[in-house]
Every structure is written in structure tokens, then in C-alpha cells.
Design a binder for this molecule. Structure first.
Ligand SMILES: C[S@@+](CC[C@H](N)C(=O)[O-])C[C@H]1O[C@@H](n2cnc3c(N)ncnc32)[C@H](O)[C@@H]1O
Length: 307
């Protein structure tokens, strides 16, 4: 999410004549708000990065310094700017079939019994949490369709959520540059994508789009979702959360899953905190929910309506 991009020299000279300055106190206000609202930890080492990422927002408003920008963000009138600030500070880097070994595990052992259950009238729920522009959710959809081309006939749904409403809107469009076709590969490309008239982009086919429901959701806020989920993918999101937020996130996921359900996390993330005792490792950054000692499964704290 927070990219470690080099700050252009002219933008990091906070104190030069005519420069828009960001004091340590400004940085701490921004870091505090981002931590509180989104769980994202911005260490001191990210100060230059925060400066360069937000400078265009400060200029956009015509403010002369970051202090005025912070005042605006914290005001009632500044609520929409908080979304812009979030978009500027996070990166949405993603691609189709990222960490392919997860999709191999899904195809070989996780999905077949779930799809059999769906064919017998069962309910199957997958969640791409922190879905960015949608490639992860559509990779799940394509994996399901490859195994079960008539998935639409069954009670199979994929929920895809992200905190950033702009990126969720893009994900819903399901249009991607032609360069991303290679990551999908044949035969999925021919079966489940459509070329756009301009020729330099393609769209995920209606059969795959129909399996996915998108929503805006803050993983450290309320979850208006209805579990339980059979598969949760939350990859390359928690890595930027503070320790407490990570512990809580893994714990909350397990409370939305029953024994036997699977959780997939990012390659540089690890399960920490109380959730460790509820999960067994079944592959690279892939986990299965264990039966609890008292024989129970899901904690009944699921609520709301998002399927
Ligand atoms: C690097 S992308 C990961 C996309 C995809 N999961 C993958 O691994 O390719 C991280 C995404 O997490 C989202 N994000 C950051 N903080 C979040 C939060 N508190 N709740 C939900 N999503 C969040 C960002 O908006 C961004 O789209």
C-alpha cells in the first residue's frame, strides 16, 4: 500500500524559500489520523514519502502549508478530502493471479469440495478483502468458472471490498489494459474475457462479473457482511497495519469462518496474535481454520446484509 518511492529532491526540501513546508507536528497529525481511521502505520521513515504524496493535494486546495491542510482534513468540510488523502497515501498495486500458488491450491484442493457442496444445494462464499482494482476477485471468479462453468446456477458468491471507493468503482467496471492479458493466459482468456472496441483493453466477461459483489469496507471499522466465508483472501493489506490492528484483523477473519475454511494472506505477511491458535498452515501463506477445542466453529458476531 504505502510505496517506498524515492522522493524527488525538490519536493523534499521542506524549508527552502517558497517551499510548502510540513513540520514534524503536521506529519504526526497526518500519521495519527491515518492510523486511527484506516489502521495504517506510518513510521517516521515515511515522512518524505507522505510529503511527496500529499503535496499535490495541498497545492490542489491552494494551501500554503501542511498545517492548513491538516486543519481542513480534520474539519467537517474536509471529510471528502480524507478519501483523497487515503487514495494518495495507499498504493493499489495488484495483478491477475498474483501469487499463483494460492490459485493452484484453490483449484486442486480447496474449491472442488465446496463446488460439490454447491451442486448439492449448499452455499459457498468467498471474500477478497482489500481487493484494489478487482484483479484478485476476478482471478477467484475465473478459478471458480474453470472448475464449474455453470456456477451461476448455484449459490456461489464472491464479495470484494476495499476502503477506497474510487478503486472499487474501477473494479466494478472490470476493464483492464491489454498488457494484463498475459497474466490470465489461455484458455481462461478466450473463455472469460471480451475485447473492448478500442483494442487496447479488455473486459472481464459477464459470467465472471456476475459472481462478484463489490462494496466499500474499512477493514478496521464495522463489517456489514454476513458470514460465514469458506475462503477469505486478504493479501498485501495488513502488512501496513500496526501490530494491534493486524492481531485484531486475523482474529476477526477467523470469527467469520467455520472450521475447514481457508484464509490466504500476502507473501510478506504472517499470522500473529490469538488467531494463530485457530489456524493451521496448509501451504505458502495459506491457512485452514481448525475445529475449536470445545467443538464449536463460528462465533456468532456476524451481522448486516452484504452477501
Ligand atoms: C496493495 S493493494 C492489495 C490488492 C490485492 N489484495 C493484492 O494482493 O493484489 C492494498 C489495498 O488495500 C486497501 N486498503 C488499505 N487499507 C485498508 C483498510 N483499512 N480497509 C480496507 N482496505 C484497505 C487499499 O486501498 C489497496 O487497494
Amino acid at each position: 500500500m504505502i510505496e517506498t518511492r524515492t522522493t524527488p529532491a525538490q519536493e523534499s526540501s521542506f524549508d527552502g524559500p517558497g517551499a510548502i513546508s510540513m513540520s514534524q507536528a503536521d506529519f504526526q497529525r497526518i500519521a495519527g489520523r491515518v492510523q486511527e481511521d484506516y489502521g495504517i502505520h506510518l513510521p517516521q521513515a515515511k515522512k518524505d514519502l507522505v510529503y511527496s504524496r500529499l503535496l499535490r493535494r495541498v497545492r490542489f486546495h491552494g494551501f500554503v502549508d501542511f498545517g492548513t491542510y491538516c486543519d481542513h482534513v480534520e474539519s467537517v468540510a474536509g471529510v471528502p478530502e480524507r478519501t483523497e488523502m487515503l487514495s494518495a497515501l495507499t498504493t493499489n498495486v495488484t495483478h491477475f493471479f498474483r501469487e499463483k500458488h494460492h490459485f493452484d491450491l484453490l483449484s486442486s484442493s480447496v474449491l472442488p469440495p465446496l463446488l460439490d457442496a454447491a451442486r448439492r444445494g449448499g452455499r459457498v462464499r468467498l471474500w477478497s478483502a482489500g481487493c484494489s482494482s478487482g484483479q484478485e476477485a476476478y482471478s477467484l471468479a475465473l478459478t471458480v468458472l474453470a472448475l464449474c462453468p455453470d456456477a451461476a446456477r448455484y449459490d456461489i458468491r464472491i464479495l470484494a471490498t476495499d476502503i477506497d471507493p474510487k478503486i472499487v468503482a474501477r473494479a466494478q467496471e472490470a476493464v483492464y489494459p491489454a498488457a494484463e492479458r498475459a497474466a490470465i493466459g489461455e484458455p481462461l482468456l478466450s473463455r472469460f474475457t471480451e475485447s473492448e472496441p478500442e483494442g487496447d483493453s479488455f473486459r472481464i466477461a459477464a459470467s465472471a462479473r456476475a459472481l462478484v459483489t463489490f462494496a466499500t469496507l474499512n477493514l478496521i471499522g464495522e463489517w456489514p457482511v454476513r458470514g460465514p466465508f469458506d475462503v477469505i483472501m486478504c493479501r498485501n493489506v495488513a502488512i501496513y497495519f500496526g501490530d494491534a490492528a493486524q492481531h485484531r484483523l486475523w482474529q476477526r477473519f477467523t470469527s467469520f469462518m467455520q472450521p475447514g475454511a481457508h484464509l490466504f494472506i500476502g507473501h510478506s505477511e504472517r499470522i500473529v496474535g490469538p488467531a494463530e491458535a485457530r489456524l493451521e498452515n496448509v501451504g505458502i501463506t495459506a491457512y485452514r481454520v481448525l475445529q475449536q477445542r470445545d467443538g464449536t466453529g463460528q462465533r456468532p458476531d456476524t451481522k448486516g446484509a452484504t452477501k
